[in-house]
Ligand binder design. Structure first.
Ligand code: ADP
Ligand code: MG
Length: 365
């Protein structure tokens, strides 16, 4: 746990960058510091690894005051990732990642194994990337190397200052997804600075909303979206808070049972039904597609009423309600199936369920 106790940072009389902040950053979770430019995010972050010293107050890591810790020991336990990465330009990807392990005098064979493992982890094929120079990498690839380098000596804490800020929006979302997956595996204590609210909602366990050197609200994304404490936080979260909240809700909780039909059987399986369509499964309960009940003649074989599913129309158990909505809007369908990785059909998510959910969200507000 990283604890800020009445921490203030004044650069000079006019510039009080951080004003008397007290809060606790939980271990093994990802905490986002968010707020407009100049609100004190970077200053707050840099006081943790003592790049900047507080003017007043204390910062404790698991009970130890950082100003009293040995600086090398402190920094060894903290990985640091910044925008535009700051890779050493004349060093290969491999040597960049190995920087800290080399300082720690790891054996060469151990370093080699570690570099390979990290490149795999961040989605770069070791064979083709290890010997490249930073200038041969795209922005997204360089950022992945930056993440690998911060993780190299397996520090328990990672500080990230707008790490994905300099890449294009598509790459950015991909990096966020990959990073979320890495964090799910590693459970580091991460302090992540951003001014992008969607990024915060996608990644954060906890969000600290900052303004003018103060923390206005520190809570889970769900809570901040549902109950912003003041107008600034409300406005900062944007007008589409109901939609943003959907991106924190997994479809798993809202799967509805729905009628299915075995595609190898016949129409008689259905009997009388009010459904306009039913999901079609094979013998092993795998989803094949859907059958149009209201517009098909039961004189014709069942298979002729079958429409197969496109991959992008299928949700997985870890999809969010926001994804479900986006895909419904794209495909113009009122319900989408949820299917396990194995192909097993779990049920459906319907547009009416999403409408119910956003309605209850709005009423709460
Ligand atoms: P953020 O990361 O949220 O954009 P910073 O922590 O970088 O904000 O800056 C907070 C305030 O402190 C700003 O007003 C900024 O101009 C000021 N500031 C930051 N670094 C310095 C510095 N080295 N000297 C003087 N003022 C600074
Ligand atoms: Mg900053």
């Amino acid at each position: 746990m990283i604890r800020f106790e009445k921490v203030t940072k004044e650069y000079d009389e006019e510039t009080v960058a951080v004003k008397d902040i007290t809060f606790e950053i939980p271990s093994r979770e990802l905490t986002v510091l968010i707020g407009p430019s100049g609100c004190g995010k970077t200053t707050t972050l840099k006081m943790i690894n003592r790049i900047i010293r507080p003017t007043a107050g204390r910062i404790l890591i698991d009970g130890s005051d950082v100003t009293e810790m040995d600086i090398r020991q402190l920094r060894r336990g903290i990985g640091y990732v910044i925008q535009n990465v700051g890779l050493f330009p004349h060093m290969t990807v491999k040597d960049n990642i190995a920087t800290v392990p080399k300082l720690l005098k790891w054996e060469r064979s151990k370093i080699d194994v570690r570099v390979e493992e990290l490149l795999q982890l961040v989605g770069l094929e070791p064979k083709s990337y290890a010997n490249k120079l930073p200038k041969e990498l795209s922005g997204g690839e360089a950022q992945r190397v930056g993440v690998a380098r911060a993780l190299a000596a397996d520090p328990p804490i990672i500080l990230m200052d707008e790490p994905f800020g300099a890449v294009d929006p598509l790459t950015r979302v991909r990096l966020q997804d990959e990073f979320a997956r890495i964090q799910e595996e590693l459970h580091k204590t991460i302090v992540f600075v951003t001014h992008d609210i969607d990024e915060a909602i996608r990644l954060a366990d906890k969000i600290a909303v900052m303004k003018g050197g103060r923390i206005l609200q520190f809570d889970t994304p769900e809570e901040i979206l549902a109950r912003p404490v003041e107008k600034f936080v409300h406005d900062f979260m944007g007008s589409d808070r109901a939609l943003k909240r959907l991106s924190r809700i997994p479809v798993l909780e809202y799967i509805e049972k729905s009628e299915t039909i075995d595609i190898n059987g016949g129409w008689e399986q259905l009997g009388v039904t009010k459904e306009e369509f039913v999901w079609a499964l094979d013998d092993s309960k795998k989803l094949i597609g859907w059958v149009d009940v209201s517009h098909s003649s039961r004189e014709l074989p069942l298979r002729e009423a079958l429409t197969e599913m496109l991959e992008e129309e299928i949700l997985s158990p870890d999809s969010t309600m926001k994804e479900a909505l986006s895909r419904m809007l794209e495909s113009g369908t009122m319900a989408l199936p949820v299917v396990e990785r194995s192909g097993r059909f779990l049920g459906q998510i319907s547009l009416s369920k999403i409408q119910e959910l956003t309605k209850s969200v709005r009423e709460e507000e």
